[in-house]
Design a protein. Structure first.
Length: 678
């Protein structure tokens, strides 16, 4: 086995690889960009080397530099993770030419699968089932049209060099063929520099089912069964599971054997995935092969009881596969959800910012985990920690949440529970969307196909209702707790040690006002409530009704309360003026209308003024080094078709304006450095 490897990647997959290497006693070298100096993957590796600026092309894509670093540190092998250089044949060959091992397939396998038409020709020879179609070299438009007519409409035109859904056109009728062909070729040449196309019978409700394969350097090749990745949005996978619901033993073997044949046909070594599209009746066709370890590999690990990164290291070091085909069974069911920093309500726009709080589900295992032959029930693979930032430079994935259950129903309920316990404050996430998706009728009944999300748009984006009284009560309790006003009820006999809450005569009554978080799509509401302290306890007054309220227990931001005699549990996290209440599996964001917040102040004293939402800078009024008076406009932003003026919070000095007119600014990004006058 190797003694030291370099991980040519970042984030979750770099941490994942490092976890297995550590367990195997293999030392790790991380590489990182200037944006990642404080990143988790740097912290979890044994050594770390800065390779360049934040932009991937100057850092994680600099194969030459990475190889140089690896050689100088005496590394024996390089793990490319996924993305970046993982499917770059030249890089794989350069690593080997430099006397090290590339932990992945040979460059020749990547090239053979790189062209769709060439791959289909190879697969045809290997007897791998193909969608009825045409993938020849002759690109004469009349020939293509007659092939399309032969296949029968609807026909799908695909760029041969394409992938991930780019360069595809559905053609419904023969009359539309030539126009669609011309348009497809234009996109293919501009996106891939190659206008070769192929034509296929278009499947109208396909499922995406992929087979994990593994080959060693001794001619052995096995399949580790299937994953169903049908739940996608614009070719981005959202949920993945293994095994595929409805799969029969016979079809699993047929697909597995076809996948192994595909891998063998290109001389494959290491971890690979053969993608199929399947009709609802189960018939399946080869789509493409991904010549790397994939994001969703953990669901396969969970049902097969394997560590696929360990397999990768063993195979790369020349060892035979740890298991033979007959030793690879399926235990239970696993589901993965990709937790992203993005805003589903705003077209899934990436959300950039700092993870102010990140509470991960309880009973969680990081990376692999599990014990005594039983997989972990909940696993989180993440490349970020609380306090880290999601930057605009890389994929905004926060974590992969993976659950295992004895059957699909147990996995489903564990997923819903784990999503409820996954609390993120500081940026928008898709967690609530994932929860609706997992709990929705289509996914829970396994009515799967690639159109699931679009078809269920209405139920996946319900109109936000008002915050319920329980959430308001939790917010109020947390606020008063932070002010220690609740110590009155904890020790009513000693009014003198308490600074708030107690009044010598009569009832202490505290008014609180909350508002819905700003949203362009909502009529925002205001919630006015009163908390009254009576000798027998607290009462919450809301909309003219009185609700007895008691704090039962607390730990960190977690509160157990009793409201109207019923127990209620929740977590409250405060981020500036926002109170994030997590209760009953829901996340309510309340703006605390603090009467004191803007009196005198200054929160921004010596600090930075931040963008209130993602948008564009439309005017910069202040200049670097300018002294300004309180309330003077400094910068104007445009967001949601509205202008927002960022004004001086106090008299002070504008030290530096960080953006120019026309710049896009992420939610929460500092706009300028401001120093309040003393
Ligand atoms: C198809 C198809 C229907 N019929 N081919 C999309 C990306 C590329 N990997 C292949 N894709 C498709 N090919 C035929 N003949 C539908 C898709 C497709 C799809 C496939 C897998 C997962 C999600 C998808 C979403 C839209 C379309």
């Amino acid at each position: 086995m190797f003694t030291k490897i370099l991980i040519a990647n970042r984030g979750e997959i770099a941490c994942r690889v490092a976890a297995t290497a550590r367990r195997m006693g293999v030392k790790t070298v991380a590489v990182y960009s200037e944006a990642d100096a404080g990143a988790k993957h740097v912290a979890v590796c044994d050594e770390a080397v800065l390779i360049g600026p934040a932009a991937a092309k100057d850092s994680y894509l600099r194969g030459d530099k990475i190889i140089e670093v690896a050689k100088s540190l005496g590394v024996q092998a390089i793990h490319p993770g996924y993305g970046f250089l993982s499917e770059n044949a030249e890089f794989a060959e350069a690593v080997e030419a430099a006397g090290m091992v590339f932990i992945g397939p040979p460059g020749s396998s990547m090239r053979a699968m790189g062209s769709k038409s060439a791959a289909k020709q190879l697969m045809e020879q290997a007897n791998v089932p193909l969608v009825p179609g045409y993938h020849g070299d002759d690109q004469d438009p009349e020939l293509l049209q007659s092939e399309a007519n032969r296949i029968g409409y609807p026909v799908l035109l695909k760029a041969s060099a394409g992938g991930g859904g780019k360069g595809m056109r559905v053609v419904e009728r023969s009359e539309d063929f030539q126009a669609a062909l011309a348009s497809c070729k234009r996109e293919a040449i501009s996106s891939f520099g190659d206008d070769k196309v192929l034509a296929e019978k278009y499947l109208t409700r396909p499922r995406h089912i992929e087979i994990q394969v593994f080959a060693d350097k001794h001619g052995n090749c096995v399949y580790l069964h299937e994953r169903d990745c049908s739940v996608q949005r614009r070719h981005q996978k959202v949920l993945e599971e293994a095994p595929a619901p409805g799969m029969t033993i016979e079809r699993r073997a047929a697909m597995g054997e076809a996948a192994v044949a595909a891998a063998r046909a290109v001389g494959y070594v290491g971890a690979g995935t053969v993608e199929f599209i399947a009709n609802q009746d189960g018939s399946f066709y080869f789509m493409e092969m991904n010549t790397r370890l994939q994001v969703e590999h953990p669901v396969t690990e969970m049902i097969t009881g394997t560590d696929l990164v360990e397999w990768q290291l063993r195979v790369a070091a020349g060892q035979p596969l740890p298991k033979q085909q007959h030793e690879l069974g399926i235990n239970g069911h696993a589901i993965e959800a990709r937790v992203y920093a993005e805003n589903p309500e705003k077209g899934f726009l990436p959300s950039i910012g700092t993870l102010r709080f990140m509470d991960v589900p309880s009973h969680v295992s990081f990376e692999l985990g599990g014990s005594a032959g039983q997989p972990a029930g909940v696993r989180v693979d993440s490349g970020v920690r609380e306090g880290d930032a999601i930057s605009p430079f890389y994929d905004p994935m926060i974590a992969k949440l993976i659950v295992w259950g004895a059957d699909r129903n147990q996995a489903l309920s564990r997923m819903a529970q784990a999503l409820s316990e996954f609390h993120i404050v500081g940026l928008a996430t898709n967690i609530a969307f994932l929860k609706r998706l997992v709990e929705g009728q289509a996914f829970s009944s396994a009515d799967l196909d690639t159109g699931l999300i679009e078809r269920n748009n209405a139920s996946l984006f319900p109109a936000a209702g008002p915050a319920p009284k329980g959430a308001l009560a939790l917010a109020a309790v947390a606020l008063l707790d932070a002010e220690q006003a609740l110590s009155v009820s904890a020790n009513p006999a000693d009014p003198w040690t308490s600074t708030h809450g107690w009044r010598m005569n009569g009832t202490y009554r505290r008014q609180l006002s909350f508002g819905d978080e700003y949203s362009a799509t909502l009529d925002t509401r205001t919630y006015d409530l009163k908390l009254a302290y009576h000798p027998h306890g607290w009462v919450l007054e809301l909309d003219g009704a009185a609700h007895p309220l008691a704090l039962v227990g607390k730990q960190g931001g977690e509160y157990a309360i009793r409201l109207d005699g019923a127990a209620l549990y929740g977590t409250v996290r405060r981020d500036g003026e926002l109170l994030h209440v997590f209760t009953g599996g829901q996340h309510y964001t309340l703006h605390y209308n603090d009467p004191m917040a803007h009196a005198g102040e200054i929160e921004a004293a010596g600090g930075r003024l931040t963008a209130p939402m993602p948008g564009k800078v439309v005017a910069v009024i202040a200049k670097d080094g300018q002294s300004v008076k309180k309330g003077e406009p400094l910068v104007i932003m445009e967001a949601m078709k509205m202008e927002h003026t960022i004004a001086a919070p106090s008299d002070g000095l504008v030290e530096e304006i960080l953006y120019q007119v026309g710049d896009q600014v992420a939610d929460g990004a500092p706009l300028l450095a401001f120093k309040a006058a003393a």
